[in-house]
Design a binder for this molecule. Sequence first.
Ligand code: HEM
Ligand SMILES: *[C@@H]1O[C@H](CO)[C@@H](O)[C@H](O)[C@H]1NC(C)=O
Length: 404
Amino acid sequence: MKSSFSFVFLLILVLQLILASAHNGKYERATYHDNYEGAAQNDQNYDDQDQKQEKGPAKYDQNYKQEREQPQNDQNYEQEDRDEQDDHAPSLDIPTLLDSLSSDDLLSFGHYSKSCPKAESIINKHVTKFVKEDRTLAPSLLRLHFHDCAVYGCDGSILLNHKGSERTAEASKSLRGFEVIDAIKAEIEEECPRTVSCADILTAASRDATFLLGGPYWDVPYGRTDGKVSIDRDADLVPMGRENITTLIEFYQSKGLNVLDLVILSGAHTIGRATCGSVQHRLYNNYAGIGRPDESLDYGYANFLTRKCRWASEYVDLDARTPQAFDNVYYKNLQGNLGLLTTDQSLYSDPRTSPIVDALADGPSDFFEHQFAVSMTKLGNILVPTVHDGGEIRTKCYSVNSNN
Ligand code: HEM
Ligand SMILES: *[C@@H]1O[C@H](CO)[C@@H](O)[C@H](O)[C@H]1NC(C)=O
């Protein structure tokens, strides 16, 4: 176990080096927040807040321990996490379709340095203010960025709010944070009209939100344009939490992301919440006709969720043990059958992804955070050239410009 862990740990490092050099390190330049100075205005206050929140047992721990103390029918609970393994050898190095479509020429770090030098500070100011008032908006912004980039690349298409747009799709039902982007856009339009794209705003906002949550910081290259097409059917292709690993790998691959990115970006579920509607199928599944929950779910955790999730609209933390901390406990949860979504837990039952989960869980949390910044940079750089070229700079993020 330990030796296979260090092997995978090394393998990931080597792979990351290869990937970084393939991109000249240009966008892979992730920086830890300890190296990062001054860009986030309120990090002092925020750190205080964070420390407070990390003290003491997490909410779930308390509830969970109580449940543990009641004797349960432990005989039914088995560690069956490895049952689904097949004979496929783990393959980390999946070639990606978009590797040749480099965003190098389209995006740059200095894109707004002359045309709108205050853009980043305006974005940061608003994100900080909103998140201070409602911390749950931070994970929501991160998810919103993912849902944007997952359809036609990062082009702000998720923000459009017309009949039949992505935003109105079933998969978008619980997306939040639109008002943050609208507020940022309003001030930026006053400062530098028709200059900064909504796609860039959302990308930077999700980076700032991650950092405010105690996650890593990375530099965002700019120059995305806003797409004019947004169709609900396309948004419903974004994974919803019940897919198998093959489907997830193929989906990521179609965006130019590999299996490493899949496991690392899933680590975003170290924070934030899901609606119970996303997990109820794991709880009330009629296994063998005796109404047992999904067997890849820890027995006590299943009981906890069954009680908590009577209504589909209830919220439940994605990271059962440290829901407020941006850390690698998400992966440790998977090792203990405490993954909330089917797709989370499957990362640990499929041989293509489980070694990566072990490496991230058993390595230092800093290792995860660094890798997260690297994969987030790749996510933010997904562009579809035709969409990019046909794009515009919207004046309002929720609708295309009227002169089209
Ligand atoms: C492997 C593919 C993924 C699947 C299947 C997936 C699925 C889900 C689901 C089902 C939810 C809960 C939605 C709800 O019930 O309201 C969720 C929430 C979330 N997802 Fe993912 N996700 C994936 C990848 C990502 C990525 C790449 C990111 C960001 C980098 C991300 C960030 C988040 C965050 C932060 C939340 C919490 C949102 C909030 O608290 O408002 N997810 N995801
Ligand atoms: C994964 O899901 C897809 C789509 O539902 C299905 O076609 C495929 O057979 C599944 N693959 C495995 C290995 O279960």
